[in-house]
Design a protein around this ligand. Structure first.
Ligand SMILES: [Fe+2]
Length: 195
């Protein structure tokens, strides 16, 4: 077993949350859920947030709003539909291993679950969501997104079913930063809340 989520202790979160909430208050809640855009459009608090992380995040951040009941089966965060969310900054087939998620709406006590595939099968990255139901999974971690910013392993199989509307912002580490690298980076910066 190993940890796939850590809360972060970061400064100026109230100001950042306020700016993020005000940027896209009317975003529609959909299963597709995410909108990706250049973080510099959002405002000065968002730019400061990137600077706090040494501008290590991909330029495009995401806003996610999904309705209650939305179920995400085990998946890995890859641009499987080749939507080019990052406008060429990374190829679509590269998993984003680590993401910082910040809750903008109401907390939902539901746990996200992380899994490993005990058969370690090779699968088509474009079809990985469809094929994932056939896998032999082992649960390795569970954690719930609360009011603290959360460092989240998006590069390992993960699943969740929201019970409330989920509204959040996400900031992605570059694909060549592995999960363990993002954890150590946050620990070194003094951000990581140990479990
Ligand atoms: Fe995901």
């Amino acid at each position: 077993m190993f940890y796939c989520a850590y809360e972060l202790n970061l400064p100026n979160m109230d100001e950042l949350r306020e700016e993020l909430r005000n940027y896209a208050p009317d975003q529609e809640a959909t299963w597709q859920a995410s909108e990706y855009l250049d973080h510099r459009l959002v405002g000065p608090e968002t730019i400061k947030f990137y600077e706090l992380f040494d501008d290590c995040f991909l330029i495009n951040m995401r806003f996610l709003k999904a309705p209650p009941g939305t179920y995400y089966q085990p998946h890995i965060d890859i641009d499987a539909n080749e939507m080019d969310h990052f406008q060429g900054e990374i190829p679509p087939y590269m998993p984003r291993h680590a993401t910082v998620n910040i809750l903008l709406g109401e907390p939902d006590p539901v746990m996200t679950q992380w899994w490993v595939d005990l058969e370690a099968r090779k699968i088509d990255w474009k079809r990985h969501r469809q094929d994932s139901s056939e896998k032999k999974y082992k649960l390795v971690d569970e954690f719930s997104l609360g009011t603290a910013p959360l460092l989240f392993n998006t590069g390992l199989w993960h699943s969740v079913q929201y019970t409330k509307e989920r509204w959040m912002a996400g900031f992605h580490f570059h694909p060549l930063v592995p999960w363990e690298g993002a954890v150590e980076y946050c620990r070194e910066k003094g951000f990581l809340v140990e479990r």
